[in-house]
Design a protein around this ligand. Structure first.
Ligand code: GLC
Length: 431
């Protein structure tokens, strides 16, 4: 175990963020991910907020400079040319400035904005400017990505979930017929060991989805209705519901009353619809909207209905049991796939490893239901992973070994704002 004192480690975390800062926006990791990513920026803002609030706001503001006219906040903003990443701007084929990808990512931004606003001591200028953009992005999810108003939002590409290679997408992706072969274009295998990265077959299928969307000229509703991968991701669904609640608080405080009414309607609709995501064993899952089938695997997203504050007391107790059972097998919590599942793979992307920002949201959820001991355990595990190994992208749950890219922005941000900070609150925002 390393002997670095907490202060040194805090300095190291701040240095990671400063080094990955490209002038108002932060890259997740300079080599593997050299652009601005959507939910990474929201988490990174929480880290900056611990020592430079102005810079924290800037992170969200620059992210929203990539927002489309229909409200979508892209999953990548290609702010400046960079080598070493595929698929770069040319693969998405989108003509706009700044260059962006054509899909989104889990909407953590409104929750992050509420945290920053709470720290801003009554100065509402920045949240007032950002609010309409945040609201437009929520409208995009609830209207463009739920064109029939079912209360369940559609994702059309595994990367929108942010849990890119989760077993949740195996079945729906198996019905996508690959029409491209992109193996020779990949750059990730030059940076990270192939056993920790997705397969070529996965890349061929997901890039087929990009070609399908291009053929529709990226028209939002057509994409939502017709792409050959259409899933309600339990992660996005829960994170959006939580972010709706945070945005509603802001709307009420700032006097955006029409927006508050819309948010209340969306929240009510989502809460009712969430019941369709519950499996026979009482645990929540993602739903393949094409086949109507729930995913088989139980993944770390199963805890996010707690974060959304939509789980019942009974659900919370079931999740408490489930957490204890998986921790007993895996070692460090929370493994991204149930370690007892045949699809579990301790080091492969989203098929087993622990991610600190997932732990942060799950701990928030646990403490929201009074499960403070469990929330503290997650914080303890998350701190220990960093103390032993540093700011890796993700960690092997069996032994805590760092995997993926080193000096990762969101891991440093989670250390500063949560796992390394004795004074950090368990819950992100008060609901
Ligand atoms: C990977 C992760 C995704 C993240 C991105 C940048 O694609 O799966 O969640 O946003 O890396 O860190």
């Amino acid at each position: 175990m390393s002997t670095t004192s907490p202060t040194d480690r805090d300095d190291a975390a701040r240095a990671v963020l400063r080094r990955n800062d490209r002038g108002g926006f932060t890259v997740p990791n300079g080599r593997v991910y050299p652009f601005q990513w959507n939910w990474d920026s929201a988490f990174v803002a929480l880290g900056f907020a611990t020592f430079d609030l102005d810079r924290a706001w800037r992170e969200l503001e620059t992210l929203f400079e990539g927002q489309w006219e229909d409200g979508m906040v892209p999953h990548i903003v290609f702010r400046a040319p960079a080598e070493g990443y595929y698929p770069g701007p040319e693969a998405w084929g989108i003509q706009r400035q700044p260059l962006t990808s054509g899909i989104s990512q889990p909407p953590v931004a409104a929750t992050a904005a509420r945290v920053l606003h709470d720290l801003s001591a009554g100065d509402a200028a920045r949240i007032r400017a950002l609010f309409p953009k945040l609201f437009a992005s929520h409208r995009w999810w609830h209207e463009i990505r739920d064109p029939d108003g079912t209360g369940l939002v559609t994702m059309v590409h595994p990367w929108e979930s942010g849990r890119d290679n989760s077993p949740d997408w195996d079945e729906p992706l198996s019905h996508v017929v690959p029409s491209v072969d992109v193996a020779h274009l990949r750059k990730d295998l030059g940076h990270v060991d192939a056993t920790q990265r997705p397969t070529h077959d996965f890349y061929n299928r997901v890039m087929t989805l990009v070609e399908e969307a291009k053929a529709l000229a990226w028209d939002g509703v057509s994409v939502a209705r017709t792409l050959s991968f259409r899933v309600c991701d339990l992660g996005i669904q829960s994170i959006l519901l939580r972010a709706d609640r945070d945005l509603l608080k802001l709307a009420v405080e700032l006097g955006f009353s029409t927006e508050a009414t819309a948010l209340r309607d969306w929240i009510a609709r989502s809460e009712t619809a969430m019941q369709r995501l519950k499996g026979a064993d009482g645990l929540y899952r993602s739903l393949d909207l094409r086949s109507g089938r729930l995913s088989e695997a139980v993944t770390c997203a199963a805890f996010l209905p707690l974060y959304a504050r939509t789980a019942s007391r009974e659900d919370a107790l079931a999740l408490k049991e489930y957490l204890a059972a998986t921790r007993a097998v895996a070692g460090f919590s929370v493994a991204s796939t149930d370690p007892r599942d045949r699809r579990f793979d301790a080091t492969r992307y989203w098929r087993g490893p622990v991610w600190l920002m997932m732990n942060r949201m799950i701990a928030d959820g646990l403490s929201g239901y009074g499960l403070t001991e469990e929330a503290a355990t997650l914080r303890q595990d998350s701190g220990e992973l960093v103390r032993r190994n540093g700011f890796w992208e993700y960690f092997d749950p069996r032994n805590g070994a760092g995997c993926g890219g080193p000096d990762f922005s969101w891991t440093a941000a989670m250390w500063l704002s949560w796992s390394g900070s004795p004074s950090a609150a368990q819950a992100l925002t008060a609901l």
